[in-house]
Every structure is written in structure tokens, then in C-alpha cells.
Design a protein around this ligand. Structure first.
Ligand SMILES: [Zn+2]
Length: 259
């Protein structure tokens, strides 16, 4: 697939949003979130989320470290800065020391730490983004990546495609447990440029909006190329004796929950 990144367009976003008091990090985050969201190969029915870590001023004019994360109810393709609410980062990071946290407590805690109480609820994957150190993080439920991981030997196939550039995380329902599992996997693979969550989707990370987006395009292209080769092989193959069971061929378990 083609990268739609344009340095000129990115500059226009930064200057247009600067007039509205939006900083450059959030302006670029808005730009590449729309690029991802407008590509049907990457984002089905709004599923996916993005974040950027930056600084913002609180009510007292004091600078605080925040994460802007996609809010629920916003379509990535049409997102505005208001759809990427700012949550104080340090309190989120501290949650990692807990052993467990219910979804209700997690949502409540995230809301308590919003800079603007009128913001939408931060994504269910907020803690996953917060526990990783990268400035820009992109996440989609790419059909090509899912088609690779949803095979019985899915993990082996994605490892063959991405090698050490990506770290692999077993299937876990989105929420606190998944955020902790991802952080632990990343600790063991600190140079990973991306993460494949089996039967779920893919994350790409970067220092800049362009780098995180570029890696996503590259990773999804590699998955598409692998599928293409697989299809050619399958043309000559005979039909299997046993048909696959539904869970093996239907990657529908959670795509809808982690928008
Ligand atoms: Zn997800």
C-alpha cells in the first residue's frame, strides 16, 4: 500500500491548527490519524486508535506531561483535536504497578485525569499507549495483518514476515491486563518498532508522526505481500480434509471494542 504522507500537508495542519491554539504534536497527530482512518485497508468501521505524548498547560498555567489519545465516539478519518483528549501521563504510568484493575475503575481513573472534563472517554487502549515510551503510537486492525495472525500457525507466519522488528503479544481482551502484557513484552524487546497482537491488530511506534505512520504502512504492506504469495501457493493446493472451525477463520472477536 502507498504512504499518503505529505510534508506540505503536515505543515498546513500545523499552521492551521496553531491559529486555534493547538500545538504541533497534536496537529500532526490529527493529520496522520485521519490518513489511517481514511484507508479502508487499515481501519474497518472506525476501529483503531492513535496517541501522542506531549506537554499541555493545566488551569493554573502549569505545564504537565499528557497523552492525547483517541476518544471513543470519534471516527479516525474525520477526527479533530477535540477527539484526542489530553490525559495526565504520570498518573496513568503509575497504574502499571497494580496487579489488576476493573474496566470501571480504569475508565473512572482516566476520566479523573482528563485535562478537560467535557472530553469524550479516552480509548479502552489508553493504558497500553501510556505504558509504552514512544511519542507517537498508531494502532489499527488491519485486515491483512489479521488474515496472517488468524491462521493456526499465525504466530510463526508473522514472525517470518517481521522478524525482530516487531514484538508479539498473545491474545488478551483489551483493557488493563492487555496493557500490562504489552508493556512486559516491550520491556523484553526494547528496540521493537511495532507490536503484533495476535488475533487483534498491529501497533507501530515512532519518534515522529511521520515515522510511526511510515512504519505502519510498511508493516501492512509486508503482510499484504505475504498474503499474495500465499494465495499463489494455494491455487495449486488440494482442499484440506478437515474444514477450519469458525474461530479460526473469523477474526471478529474484538475488533469492535477497541476503537
Ligand atoms: Zn485494538
Amino acid at each position: 500500500m502507498q504512504s499518503k504522507w505529505s510534508a506540505d500537508e503536515a505543515k498546513t495542519y500545523v499552521s492551521d491548527y496553531a491559529d486555534k491554539g493547538v500545538n504541533a504534536d497534536l496537529a500532526e497527530r490529527t493529520y496522520t490519524t485521519r490518513l489511517l482512518g481514511r484507508d479502508p485497508h487499515l481501519v474497518l468501521h472506525g476501529g483503531g486508535n492513535t496517541s501522542v505524548k506531549t506537554k499541555a498547560k493545566d488551569m493554573l498555567g502549569e505545564e504537565v506531561e499528557v497523552i492525547h489519545i483517541k476518544g471513543s465516539g470519534w471516527d479516525m478519518g474525520e477526527i479533530e483535536p477535540a477527539g484526542l483528549p489530553a490525559v495526565k501521563l504520570e498518573p496513568l504510568r503509575k497504574l502499571r504497578k497494580l496487579d489488576k484493575l476493573s474496566d470501571e475503575d480504569m475508565v473512572n481513573y482516566q476520566r479523573i485525569n482528563l485535562l478537560d472534563s467535557t472530553s469524550p472517554n479516552p480509548s479502552v487502549e489508553t493504558l497500553l499507549h501510556a505504558f509504552l515510551p514512544h511519542k507517537f503510537i498508531d494502532h489499527v486492525h488491519s485486515t491483512a495483518v489479521l488474515a496472517l495472525t488468524d491462521q493456526p500457525d499465525g504466530e510463526a507466519v508473522v514472525r517470518e514476515v517481521y522478524g525482530d522488528r516487531v514484538a508479539y503479544v498473545p491474545y488478551t481482551i483489551p483493557g488493563f491486563a492487555l496493557a500490562k502484557a504489552v508493556a512486559e513484552v516491550f520491556d523484553r524487546h526494547p528496540s521493537a518498532e511495532g507490536l503484533v497482537l495476535l488475533q487483534h491488530g498491529i501497533f507501530s511506534m515512532g519518534d515522529t508522526a511521520e515515522q510511526a505512520y511510515g512504519r505502519m504502512i510498511e508493516f501492512v504492506t509486508l503482510a499484504e505481500e505475504r498474503l499474495q504469495r500465499q494465495r499463489k501457493t494455494l491455487v495449486q493446493a488440494s482442499l484440506p480434509k478437515d474444514l477450519a472451525k469458525l474461530p479460526q477463520i473469523a477474526p471478529i472477536r474484538l475488533r469492535w471494542y477497541c476503537a
